[in-house]
Design a protein around this ligand. Structure first.
Ligand code: PRT
Ligand code: ZN
Length: 283
């Protein structure tokens, strides 16, 4: 049985459980349970505070875990980062009071900086040759300048609205982060085999999220152009329509190129374009 640690509650909980569900693995911590056996996969899930997950994985109490890369780097435990998961995206940024002068990292020389990320920030400042006075606080970092505890802060940002509502201005990105799958180093072979199986499913789900299945009708004399626009996984499927002179073309397109491709297809005579989500995709 593989033991996976995920966040008990908080920003990563829903997406972690959702990812497992997309991998056909049902998990619930109903009633605030701290551990649960998953449906239809040999997996035991531990529900923990995110800060504790790297330690549990290093100690081998859990074989693997889902946690923000920011926490992995800050805790600096002996774990391997296996796969970025595409959710929980944020950045660790330096922010100064709106009216403060800031002319690059050098402006932070001697400054008092409040943060919950002293390791990552310390590394960043060292690399930039800056000596500053770090105040480690575990929450509500954004109020530190207004109560006179610090000159500026280094904290996680996603939309930026917390900074704005506290009169702060983001000036420097220290780290880009997202949730990652981490694992113990030197897993025994039976656990490694299960982790590989889980990873295979996670990658199939991730691939599918970045792609759409597309179906369209095309006049046969424009097929060559349309096929050129739609490379597909290998090449598109082309089937004759009942109407002579027309074909149905099926293919897979990347989400980020999707609207450009649709425009191109229309300009080349495609009609009746249908776009369908893909549930799993194995390359
Ligand atoms: O109880 P536990 O210790 O498990 O949870 P926690 O309170 O420590 O963590 P939680 O649930 O807040 O965050 C878990 C993980 O989500 C973090 O480690 C990040 O990897 C990721 N994440 C993504 C974020 C954010 N976005 C985020 N915006 N974590 C925190 N924030 C906070 C930030 O600290 C600030 O207070 O949200 C505020 C800023 O948000 P915006 O949208 O106003 O910029
Ligand atoms: Zn935490």
């Amino acid at each position: 049985m593989l033991r996976l640690a995920i966040q008990k509650s908080g920003r990563l909980y829903e997406d972690s459980v959702g990812l497992l569900k997309s991998c056909s693995i049902g998990v619930s911590n109903g009633g605030g349970r701290l551990r649960a056996i998953a449906d239809s996969f040999p997996l035991e899930v531990f529900f923990l505070r995110d800060d504790d997950i790297p330690q549990y994985v290093e100690d081998g109490v859990a074989d693997c875990g889902i946690v923000g890369e920011n926490v992995v780097l800050e805790k600096n435990k002996q774990v391997q980062v296996i796969e970025p998961l595409g959710f929980g995206r944020c950045r660790l940024s330096l922010a100064v009071p709106k009216s403060a002068k800031y002319e690059g990292v050098g402006s932070l020389q001697g400054a008092r900086i409040a943060t919950s990320y002293p390791q990552i920030l310390g590394d960043f400042l060292r690399k930039n040759g800056v000596q500053a006075d770090l105040h480690e606080i575990s929450g509500s970092v954004e109020i530190a300048p207004s109560i006179g505890l610090a000159d500026c802060i280094c904290d996680l940002v996603s939309t930026g609205s917390t900074l704005i509502s506290n009169g702060l201005r983001e000036v420097e990105t220290v780290l880009e982060s997202q949730a990652v799958l981490v694992a113990s180093q030197n897993l025994p072979s039976d656990k490694q085999a299960l982790l590989d199986k889980l990873l295979f499913r996670i990658r199939a789900v991730k691939q599918s999220k970045n792609h759409k299945y597309i179906l369209l009708n095309a006049p046969n004399d424009r097929l060559a152009d349309i096929i050129r626009i739609l490379p597909g996984m290998k090449s598109p499927t082309v089937l004759p329509l009942a109407d002579a002179g027309w074909s149905s073309v099926h293919s897979v397109v990347q989400e980020d190129r999707f609207w450009d491709i649709i425009e191109d297809l229309k300009a080349n005579g495609a009609q009746g374009i249908l776009v369908v989500p893909i549930e799993k995709m194995i390359l």
